[in-house]
Design a protein around this ligand. Structure first.
Ligand SMILES: [Zn+2]
Length: 223
């Protein structure tokens, strides 16, 4: 059962229990409510996102909101354990909290953008996406502005493992891989640009020579 279903079932049963409290005799109201208030219940907008993320057959756990100060927070985030490809589960490496809408777009890109391109161009399905993380309390390199990573709003993707054992990395294969590996990386970079608001890769600057930065915000900023 996906993590969110468990959580929602738990919070629903807890709401039912709370609703019942007001109608119970006096003795019952003395029962401690601390446990109930500690239950994590996502906001309505996030529940919709969790439900649609669940429909992608991603395996994930909703995370409690946390505020770290200095413009850094993880609000409405999930911990993704795996995604669903056309035929098989797609494993993930090094991914921390991800904002739910970003996770949903990432799940669609992984399946329809990456897994299918791997089959068509490289002749083998995708089995794992390696990342360099998601949440990080930091500024955009060389600026005073907080990065989308400071609110778990961006994922840095570094390499792709195929079922035949091949590993195609942004660092090693963007410019120096075989013709088909370069075409694969170029194709999935382009398909990311159609789904995410901001996509930065090796063509943007040296700081992105080893990964694709994928962020929902922005308007078709694709480099
Ligand atoms: Zn990034």
């Amino acid at each position: 059962m996906p993590g969110f279903v468990r959580t929602m079932a738990l919070s629903l049963s807890m709401s039912a229990a709370l609703a019942g409290c007001s109608m119970l005799p006096q003795a019952a109201t003395r029962q401690p409510l601390r446990q109930a208030t500690a239950v994590f219940a996502p906001a309505p907008a996030e529940r919709l996102c969790l439900a649609s993320l669940g429909r992608t057959n991603a395996n994930f756990t909703p995370l409690p909101d946390r505020y770290f100060g200095a413009g850094c927070s993880t609000v409405g985030t999930v911990q993704l354990a795996s995604l669903q490809g056309d035929d098989a589960v797609l494993a993930l490496s090094n991914l921390g909290p991800v904002a739910c809408p970003l996770a949903e777009t990432f799940a669609a890109w992984a399946r329809f953008g990456v897994d299918r391109a791997a089959r068509q161009i490289l002749g083998s399905p995708l089995v794992r996406i390696e990342t360099m993380g998601s949440y990080s309390c930091r500024n955009i390199a060389g600026s005073e502005r907080r990065s989308a990573h400071a609110t778990a709003g961006a994922i840095d993707v570094s390499a792709f493992i195929l079922a035949d054992g091949r590993r195609v990395s942004v660092l090693g294969d963007w410019a120096a891989g075989s013709a088909s590996e370069q075409r694969f990386l170029g194709t999935i970079h382009s398909s990311a640009c159609r789904r995410f608001g901001t996509v930065l890769g090796p063509g943007y600057n040296a700081a992105h020579r080893d990964h694709f930065h994928l962020e929902l915000s922005g308007r078709a900023f694709c480099r």
